[in-house]
Design a protein around this ligand. Structure first.
Ligand code: M6R
Length: 365
């Protein structure tokens, strides 16, 4: 049931504040401002490293998870798309744990990667939405994302719920490893607890602007998404969403890679969407934006209030989100990229919930 929404995708986008708050309740103690004790078969305090494999959007949430596990828990993370991971003959040791992220829990390549790690004696964790799935069944530990059924082929709420779960796991791992102290844990948990309310506000505030912008975006054939740090996987997610449902060709690049190739493409016919919260990477990303502007590129700047005030570059549009802590920024910044893809597709008249050639669950290689 779509309720009063035109598409499941729209419904699932707007469900996120409520769903994510419910999902977080499984991992954090809102009253004590702590991450709940992880009593699964995986002891993040003891493992020597993590391997992560997943496909599509789930891979991109894993990539953001990598930044968190490495930064907060000082745990090295090896991550790859499952279709490569399964054949790489990656040397792994039983002292490591492996996480497989999958909304459906049935993705063939992700399952094959799981079995590869299992054979090598690693403890297996499944970050899944469907708890009765094959990936969940074959895992030693299940970390449910509790997003509820996701019908739209383009993943939205499963992505942000995967992020919320990975953030909680990374903070918990940091606690267990002594790299996150009680004060830092409390501060980060408070930000996570405030996140659903901020998400509601953002969804409400940016909708009209994004809808207008989508109309303009639909005229273009190619789009480049740029980001740095955790905004880099988000740039790839933004590009994936856009191409999946609007069929506009889009690429997500690390902002620093611009001058190593893609800058050759910059002209007035390829808008560049820059995701840049005012974080420790902001100045660097803005200097990449400058390179785009200097070559006549059109910029769509997705930033926060501080970032919007700090940059004087001319843009095609500037979306200024509220200033938020960096632990929740990826979830908050997911919202404009989801809405941008959604409204562009609606404007172009594509089949938003059932885009051509795509299946919700990919059970063959
Ligand atoms: O069910 P899974 O999470 O394993 O699916 C992985 C990908 O097929 C999936 O995320 C796909 O990329 C989505 N259509 C993205 O919107």
């Amino acid at each position: 049931d779509k309720g009063n929404h035109r598409h499941f995708m729209e419904k699932e986008i707007y469900e996120q504040p409520e769903i994510i708050s419910h999902a977080l309740g499984n991992y954090i103690d809102f009253a004590a401002h702590t991450v709940k004790k992880n009593d699964t078969a995986i002891d993040f305090g003891k493992v020597s490293g993590l391997a992560i494999a997943a496909c599509g959007t789930a891979y991109l949430s894993g990539l953001i998870g990598k930044y968190w596990f490495e930064r907060y828990a000082r745990l090295p993370v090896e991550i790859d798309v499952a279709s490569e991971f399964r054949y790489r003959e990656l040397p792994l040791s039983p002292s490591q744990a492996a996480l497989f992220i999958s909304q459906s829990g049935e993705t063939a390549d992700t399952l094959a990667s799981l079995r590869y790690c299992k054979d090598l004696g690693l403890k297996i964790g499944a970050v899944v939405n469907v708890r009765e799935s094959t990936i969940a069944r074959e895992a030693d530990a299940i970390f449910p994302i509790l997003a509820g059924p996701e019908i739209g082929v383009a993943s939205t709420k499963a992505f942000t719920c995967q992020l919320a779960v990975l953030a909680a796991l990374a903070i918990g791992a940091g606690r267990a490893r002594g790299t996150v102290n009680a004060d830092d844990e409390k501060a980060m948990v408070k930000h996570l607890a405030e996140m659903p309310r901020i998400m509601s506000r953002v969804l409400n505030d940016i909708q009209p602007e994004i809808e207008g912008l989508s109309r303009e975006l639909s005229r273009f054939k190619d789009v480049l998404y740029l980001g740095r740090g955790t905004s880099f996987p988000l740039a790839m997610e933004g590009a994936l969403k856009l191409k999946e449902i609007s069929y506009i060709h889009a690429e997500g690049y690390a902002a620093g890679e611009l001058k190593h190739g893609p800058i050759a493409l910059i002209d007035e016919n390829m808008p560049v969407i820059v995701i840049a919260p005012h974080d420790r990477f902001f100045e660097k990303t803005v200097s990449n934006m400058q390179e785009v502007a200097a070559r006549g590129g059109r910029i769509i700047f997705i930033t926060d209030e501080k970032g919007a005030a700090a940059s004087k570059l001319p843009t095609m549009a500037t979306i200024a989100l509220p200033n938020v802590d960096e632990i929740i920024a990826p979830m908050i910044f997911s919202l404009p990229i989801q809405l941008l893809a959604y409204h562009t597709a609606v404007f172009m008249g594509t089949d938003v919930d059932q885009p051509r050639n795509l299946a919700k669950s990919v059970t063959v290689e």
